[in-house]
Design a protein around this ligand. Structure first.
Ligand SMILES: [Cu+2]
Length: 194
């Protein structure tokens, strides 16, 4: 009898964990590991969040916010080696001092891998820095977060990952894609914190 209750208990726990994992996969825009979203969810990310204003190739971030960043938008007239942030291609980000920004990096490219990394290192960037020298991607004088390369879109699903940066130090920073050859082709933008 006890054995049977135990079996039922284990089965219930298993079902519950599957449901929890499934829910997390479907709704989760908050994980730090790579997950995917569909195009309808992607479409909902176009409105500027509260405290965020869009200028001509510049985005003003005046309150802690979640900012979607599209990697490798195919409709960018400049080049596929670009980011699109709230409709602007490789915009300058003007961030108010002390703000935490959560970026949702989403690869919308059809055939290339990309990532999104914030660094103190100014351009020019060279073609073969894919090996990444130690400290190249440092941020606020400590090692930066090195995002894995996100795979291109597949079957209408887009790979994404979140990363939060605490912009508590004034200064000039850069965001870029560290995939070899991409930043040297222009896949980067400026961040000014003050
Ligand atoms: Cu790239």
């Amino acid at each position: 009898m006890r054995g049977r209750y135990m079996t039922i208990g284990i089965v219930l726990v298993l079902i519950l964990s599957i449901v929890v994992v499934y829910e997390a996969k479907e709704n989760n825009l908050s994980g730090n590991s790579i997950s995917t979203i569909g195009s309808s969810e992607l479409g909902k990310l176009t409105a500027p969040p509260h405290g965020v204003n869009i200028g001509d190739r510049v985005i003003y971030i005046n309150a802690s916010a979640t900012i979607p960043v599209e990697l490798g938008p195919m409709n960018a007239n400049a080049s596929m080696y670009s980011f699109s942030i709230l409709g602007e291609v490789n915009p300058k980000l003007e961030i108010k001092h002390g703000i935490i920004v959560k970026f949702i990096a989403i690869n919308v490219d059809t055939d290339a891998y990309h990532n999104f990394v914030v660094t103190n290192e100014a351009p020019p960037y060279y073609n073969n820095f894919g090996g990444m020298m130690n400290g190249f991607y440092s941020f606020n004088n400590s090692y930066g977060y090195m995002m894995s390369y996100l795979p291109p879109q597949s079957s209408g699903r887009y790979a994404f990952v979140n990363v939060s940066y605490d912009f508590s130090n004034n200064g000039t920073y850069w965001y870029l894609c560290t995939y070899p050859g991409h930043a040297s082709e222009g896949m980067y933008g400026e961040i000014v914190v003050n």
